[in-house]
Design a protein around this ligand. Structure first.
Ligand code: 6PG
Length: 273
C-alpha cells in the first residue's frame, strides 16, 4: 500500500450541475494530457448517479462541439480513449443495474470510441472470481505487460496498471468502487481485480483493488448531496479507519487525488469552505 501520498485537492463547487461541469472539464484536460504524453487515454469509469451525470455532460459537449467547430472548450480525443470500469454489479450487461449499460446509454453510444477500446468487466462466468481473473488478463494485455520496467503505460517497476484517470463515487456508508465497509477487498494488496460478496446487497460485485486505484495518475471523486456530508467529513477529517470508511484507502502513491464536491456535501467540512 502506498506509504507516501500527496495532499488531496478539495474542489468545492456550487451544486451537482457544477460537479458535472467541472468534472467534464477535468476529464477532457486529463485526456488531452495523456494523449499528448503517451498517445492514448486510459480511464476507469465509476458507477452511480453522480458519475452518470458527468457522462451525459460529456456526451452533450461532444454533440455541441460537432455543431460548433469554433468552440474552444477542451475536447476529448475519443479515438485515442480506452474505457475501463472501476467496478461492476455482477449482472448481465443489459441489466438495469449494470454500470456498463449505464455508461453505454449515457456516453459510449454517443461518442466515437472504437468498440475494441471499450473494456467492460465480464459478468458471464458462473464463478465471479473467474470473471475477475479475466479482467486482470485484459488489463495486463491492454497495459502491455505492466511488469515490464519502463513500460510507458505504467510507472517503471510497478506491477500494477497505471490509469491516466480513475473516476470514483462515494456512497453514504463511505464505500467507493465496490470496496464496502468490513470487506477484505478494502485491504487487498496484490490482486488487481476482486469479486467480493457484498452482504448489503446480497450480491457479488467486481472491483478494482486499492493498489490499482492508488497507481492512478489522477483519481477523481465526484460527491454530491447533503446526505453524504457527515460521511465526507469523517473520510476527509476523521480518524483513519478504511475498514469502516473504505474511501480512505484511496491515497495515490504518486498521482493526484481530487475531491470534486458540491456545497451540500461539503457543508460539514471544517477548514475548507
Ligand atoms: C456503483 C459505484 C458506487 C457509486 C457510489 C456513489 O457501482 O454503485 O461504483 O461506488 O459510485 O455508490 O453513487 P451515487 O453517486 O449514485 O451516490
Amino acid at each position: 500500500m502506498s506509504s507516501r501520498s500527496i495532499e488531496p485537492e478539495i474542489c468545492i463547487v456550487a451544486d451537482l450541475a457544477a460537479v458535472w461541469d467541472e468534472g467534464a472539464r477535468r476529464f477532457a484536460a486529463a485526456a488531452q494530457a495523456a494523449v499528448a504524453a503517451r498517445g492514448r487515454f486510459a480511464v476507469a469509469l465509476s458507477g452511480g448517479s453522480t458519475p452518470e451525470g458527468l457522462y451525459r455532460e460529456l456526451a452533450t459537449r461532444h454533440r455541441a462541439s460537432g455543431a460548433d467547430q469554433s468552440s474552444d472548450a477542451p475536447r476529448v480525443p475519443w479515438q485515442q480513449t480506452h474505457i475501463f470500469f472501476g467496478d461492476e454489479r455482477y449482472v448481465p450487461h443489459d441489466d438495469s443495474e449494470s454500470n456498463f449499460r449505464m455508461a453505454r446509454e449515457a456516453l459510449l453510444d454517443h461518442v466515437p470510441i472504437p468498440a475494441e477500446q471499450v473494456h467492460a468487466m465480464p459478468t458471464d462466468a458462473a464463478d465471479p472470481d473467474v470473471a475477475a481473473q479475466k479482467y486482470e488478463a485484459t488489463l495486463a494485455t491492454v497495459f502491455t505487460q505492466c511488469s515490464v520496467p519502463g513500460n510507458q503505460y505504467s510507472e517503471p517497476g510497478s506491477p500494477f496498471p497505471c490509469f491516466d484517470l480513475i473516476l470514483l463515487g462515494m456512497g453514504p456508508d463511505g464505500h467507493t468502487a465496490s470496496l464496502f465497509p468490513g470487506t477484505d477487498a478494502v485491504h487487498e494488496q496484490h490482486r488487481w481485480v476482486l469479486a467480493p460478496w457484498v452482504d448489503k446487497f446480497q450480491t457479488f460485485r467486481l472491483t478494482l483493488t486499492p493498489p490499482v486505484i492508488n497507481q492512478g495518475r489522477q483519481v477523481l471523486f465526484l460527491v454530491s448531496g447533503a446526505s453524504k456530508a457527515q460521511t465526507l467529513r469523517d473520510v476527509l477529517e476523521g480518524a483513519r479507519d478504511p475498514s469502516r470508511l473504505p474511501s480512505q484507502i484511496v491515497r495515490p502513491a504518486e498521482g493526484q487525488l481530487i475531491w470534486l464536491i458540491d456545497r451540500d456535501a461539503a457543508h460539514r467540512l471544517g477548514n475548507r469552505k
